[in-house]
Design a protein around this ligand. Structure first.
Ligand code: SF4
Ligand code: SF4
Ligand code: SF4
Length: 253
């Protein structure tokens, strides 16, 4: 219903390092803060101090315990926000044109004044990355802090998404993934960056860097054991191991 651009001039997105994310939620708080105080209307909460709190968050962290075939269980923290897909079904399904993808940088946005809150885009997004603001009845999503990244009133170091600026463990990186020479593209190439659920054919711009093997203590001397790396082959047709498990878990959300 709504057209996607055939191509975009840049592919701005996030590279998220699952090896160094410690699940602290600082990025969640800074995202909520920036987008409540500076972009459009506040991201509403319902019953925030009651027994059944809920709210609008554009970035969420899911934490899982993964049990490898051998060795101890591993805790994986998995940050999730819009992946600014190249073939974004959330855009094409939108009946009003409120959802759109920008030609200049590939960022997927919602024009809230044209949104009728039908929820079709949330249904179409395979990643659960859209949030219906229940107070306003309109759809909201990660904007890659479009009001920060080009904002010349901010110091240059602050012209990145709030989550990236805040992350204390440097697990979040921002840049042009359409430029093979950019720092984010180099990082993806060096670390075997992965698409999330590639079988959905959405061509996500955001990439995830897999956890690296951890040192672990045995009875004997410290020994390096490759716990998760064999399960984390980069972009596969039929996800297996950790990614297959993650896909199934995310589908249930
Ligand atoms: S992650 Fe979901 S909301 Fe974001 S562009 Fe892709 S399909 Fe749309
Ligand atoms: S909820 Fe809004 S943005 Fe989503 S499909 Fe409906 S009109 Fe479009
Ligand atoms: S701020 Fe960084 S380390 Fe903390 S949850 Fe977010 S991505 Fe992970």
């Amino acid at each position: 219903m709504t057209q996607l651009p055939k191509t975009t001039e840049r592919k701005m997105g996030l590279v998220i390092d699952l090896d160094t994310c410690v699940g602290c939620h600082a990025c969640v708080v800074s995202c909520k803060g920036w987008n409540t105080e500076n972009y459009g209307a506040p991201l509403s909460d319902q019953d925030p101090y009651g027994s059944n709190p809920s709210g609008t968050f554009l970035n969420r962290i899911h934490s899982y315990e993964v049990q490898p075939e051998s060795g101890p269980a591993q805790l994986i923290h998995f940050p999730k926000s819009c992946l600014h897909c190249e073939d974004a079904p959330c855009v094409t399904v939108c009946p009003t044109g409120a959802s759109y993808k920008r030609v200049e940088d590939g960022i997927v946005l919602v024009n809230e004044s044209d949104c009728i809150g039908c929820g079709l885009c949330a249904w179409a997004c395979p990643y659960g990355a859209r949030e219906l603001d229940r107070a306003e009845g309109v759809m909201k999503k990660c904007t890659l802090c479009v009001d920060r990244i080009y904002n010349e009133n901010l110091p240059e170091e602050d012209r990145v998404p709030a989550c990236v600026r805040t992350c204390p463990s440097n697990a979040r990186h921002f840049g042009d993934l359409g430029d093979p020479d950019s720092e984010v593209s180099q990082l993806v190439a060096e670390r075997g960056g992965m698409d999330l659920m590639p079988e959905q054919d959405t061509k996500p711009v955001n990439k995830y860097l897999p956890p690296r093997p951890k040192d672990m203590l045995n009875d004997g001397p410290r020994e390096e054991i490759d716990i998760l790396a064999p399960l984390l082959a980069p972009v596969v047709e039929e996800p297996k191991g950790f990614l297959g498990w993650l896909d199934k878990t995310l589908e249930k959300l």
